[in-house]
Design a protein around this ligand. Structure first.
Ligand SMILES: O=c1[nH]cnc2c1ncn2[C@H]1C[C@H](O)[C@@H](CO)O1
Ligand SMILES: [Zn+2]
Length: 366
């Protein structure tokens, strides 16, 4: 009988993370230290344990807009070079401790200039932090630069991403409240990136539905979808029999699947913002069975009180996934990364497949 992966075993698996926000994953001890050093006096509490609970509860709001309000405190303490270097270095270490071997971590440089840093200084500080945090060789971290969708700086941030493309910035993204801020508002930035042969993902189909996904892909040319969970609205169950066998895909859902457009799914985050009702009812179950290119991600480890291993463990519990499923999600993620093809292949064949094989052998012969 095949063995059900435990949280502890999942931690030892070589995992890949494509959707994780730098300002959504700070250690609460670090937030408290940085607030003290910088004189930031708006934290709801300075006890790290209570602060951890505060973030989790405040983010558990059922609305993306209220969920996003909690970032005022993390962004608030990330306004100096030292703070950014420290947060990025700890992020790389925390991910490596969780067994992540490749990660793409995103943040919005425009949110970190309040203390006088230029956009370039922000980017360089974060790159330095990732370099320090990954120098033991356990993890490789690529950076995505995010533009905030309610602001009007996307073209500038896209140019920044291109300028730093050879030193660790691997792509671009837009984030923030989705309703009222469609992707086409930033068409100029996306067209620029396409002309530059650069990669980008777009948060779409989380706080708003199919029109947002359609625009992200068919107007803006997104390589991947951040969340994309509402693609489920374009899939109808024919009724009777097994849902995965009778499901009918609308034209947009069919396009997303046919083109193998990666979905950066973040199950726990979706429960908090109201994009899904429970893990068991999360569309990831059906989308995986329908062979969409699904990947599993954390979004914001602090707000969701999670890790990539925990996201996988929740899916194992809800859907009965085994090692082959976890490896499938991982290989999907690695194939969908924004680093060069030969680097992705080297990680799949040299790290992921042998790592899973060793782990499967170890747990099944134990
Ligand atoms: O899940 C999300 N949807 C939309 N925006 C998000 C999400 N998680 C974080 N953000 C925002 C808040 C952060 O300050 C910003 C950059 O990381 O991105
Ligand atoms: Zn996100």
């Amino acid at each position: 009988m095949s063995h059900t992966p435990t949280l502890d075993e999942i931690r030892r698996a070589p995992k890949v993370l494509l959707h994780d926000h730098l300002d959504g994953g700070l250690r609460t001890e670090t937030i408290v230290d940085l607030a003290r050093e910088s004189g930031y006096d708006r934290l709801p509490t300075t006890d790290p344990g209570s602060l951890r609970e505060w973030f989790h509860e405040a983010a558990d709001s059922g609305s993306l807009e209220r969920y996003l309000e909690t970032f005022a405190h993390t962004v608030g303490v990330m306004q100096t070079r030292e703070a950014l270097v420290r947060v990025a270095a700890e992020c790389a270490q925390d991910l490596a401790d969780d067994g992540v071997v490749y990660a793409e971590v995103r943040y919005a440089p425009e949110q970190h200039t309040g203390g006088g840093l230029s956009l370039e200084e922000v980017v360089e500080a974060v790159l330095e932090g990732f370099r320090l945090g990954s120098q033991d060789g356990r993890i490789r971290v690529g950076t995505l630069l995010t533009a905030m969708r309610h602001q009007a700086r996307s073209r500038e941030i896209a140019e920044l991403a291109v300028r730093y493309r050879d030193v660790g910035v691997v792509g671009f993204d837009i984030a923030g409240a989705e309703a009222g801020y469609p992707p086409t508002r930033h068409l100029d930035a996306f067209e620029y990136l396409q002309r530059e042969n650069a990669h980008f993902t777009i948060h779409a189909g989380e706080g708003f539905g199919l029109p947002s996904i359609w625009q992200a892909i068919q107007w803006c040319g997104a390589d991947r979808l951040g969340h994309g969970v509402r693609i489920i609205d374009d899939i109808t169950a024919a009724g009777g029999g097994d849902v995965a066998e009778t499901a009918k895909l609308g034209r947009l859902a069919a396009y997303v699947r046919d083109k193998r457009i990666p979905l950066e799914m973040c199950p726990t985050s979706n429960l908090q913002t109201g994009a899904a009702a429970s893990i068991a009812e999360h569309p990831i179950g059906l989308l995986r069975r329908l062979h969409f290119r699904v990947t599993v991600n954390t979004d914001n480890r602090l707000m969701s009180d999670t890790t990539l291993s925990r996201e996988f463990a929740k899916l194992v519990e809800a859907f009965g996934y085994g090692w082959d499923d976890l490896q499938w999600f991982t290989v999907n993620a690695m194939k969908s990364a924004f680093i060069p093809f030969d680097d992705r292949l080297a990680l799949i064949n040299g790290v992921i497949k042998p790592g899973f094989a060793r782990l499967k052998w170890a747990v099944e012969t134990k």
